[in-house]
Design a binder for this molecule. Structure first.
Ligand SMILES: [Zn+2]
Length: 82
């Protein structure tokens, strides 16, 4: 398949492979990590799974570069309602 627009799908690296977004080259994003050129997505699926496994409520963020490649996964203690 050939697409004239360079599109990259960004998905959760774990579990059901939830689709976060489709990146288009040159597009700007509201959510990105300052100073590192990464895009960050909260993942409810991973948060749910990790919280269940560890017994503590955590939030999970997947961080991708602008090529749609996973760079790191960050977990943080859940600090109140979103
Ligand atoms: Zn995930």
């Amino acid at each position: 398949m050939t697409d004239s627009v360079n599109t990259v799908e960004v998905r959760c690296p774990v579990g059901p492979r939830k689709l976060f977004t489709k990146l288009k080259l040159g597009e700007e994003f509201a959510t990105y990590v300052a100073d590192s050129n990464l895009i960050e997505f909260t993942c409810r699926d991973c948060a749910k799974a990790l919280s269940r496994a560890s017994g503590e409520t955590v939030r999970v963020f997947h961080r991708f570069n602008f090529a749609g490649e996973l760079v790191e996964t960050v977990r943080q203690p859940y600090a109140g309602a979103e």
